[in-house]
Design a protein around this ligand. Structure first.
Ligand SMILES: *[C@@H]1O[C@H](CO)[C@@H](O)[C@H](O)[C@H]1NC(C)=O
Length: 148
C-alpha cells in the first residue's frame, strides 16, 4: 500500500514539474467545455492556433516584455492591462492575480480571454494570432481530436 502511494506521489510530482504543456486535444476539450467554440465568432481552431503561437501550449509560460510588463499563461495575457502581478501598474481588467492565469485548470485564463476577445479588435488583440492564424485555413488544428 505504501509502495503504491509512493509511486503515485513520485509520478504526480513529475506531472507537476514537467507537465506544464497541455496536449492539443486535451486543450480543445477544455475550451469546448468552457463554451469557447464560436465565442464572439471564433472557432476552436482559432483558439488552438492562438494558444500555440502564444505559448506553444505551455500553461506556465511567463514572458517579460520590453516595457517591463509580463505575459502569463497559455494565452500570454498581459499584466499591464488584464491581471495584477503586484510589480507594476495594472488596469487589471480581468480582476485576477496574474499567477492565477498559470493555474493548470485554465479557468482564469479562459475567463480573461473571453473578456479580451469581447472587446474591440477581438482576437486581433493578440498580435501573434493576427500574424500567424488570422485568415488562414485552421481546421487541421482539430485533427484527431474527439470532444465527447
Ligand atoms: C514553460 O514556461 C516556463 C516559464 O516560462 C518555462 O520555465 C518552461 O521551461 C516552459 N516549458 C516548456 C516545455 O517549454
Amino acid at each position: 500500500m505504501m509502495r503504491v502511494l509512493f509511486i503515485c506521489m513520485a509520478s504526480c510530482l513529475l506531472v507537476v514539474n514537467g507537465g506544464n504543456t497541455i496536449n492539443r486535444c486535451a486543450l480543445a476539450k477544455i475550451l469546448h467545455e468552457e463554451d469557447l467554440d464560436g465565442f464572439e465568432g471564433y472557432s476552436l481552431p482559432d483558439w488552438l492556433c492562438l494558444a500555440f503561437v502564444e505559448s506553444n501550449f505551455n500553461i506556465s509560460k511567463v514572458n517579460e516584455n520590453v516595457d517591463g510588463s509580463f505575459d502569463y499563461g497559455i494565452f500570454q495575457i498581459n499584466s499591464h492591462y488584464w491581471c495584477n502581478d503586484y510589480q507594476s501598474h495594472s488596469e487589471n481588467f480581468c480582476h485576477t492575480d496574474c499567477q492565477e492565469l498559470l493555474n493548470p485548470n485554465l479557468l482564469s485564463s479562459i475567463h480573461c480571454a473571453k473578456k479580451i476577445v469581447s472587446g474591440s479588435g477581438g482576437m486581433k488583440n493578440w498580435v501573434e494570432w493576427r500574424l500567424h492564424c488570422s485568415g488562414r485555413p485552421l481546421s487541421y488544428w482539430m485533427t484527431g481530436c474527439h470532444l465527447e
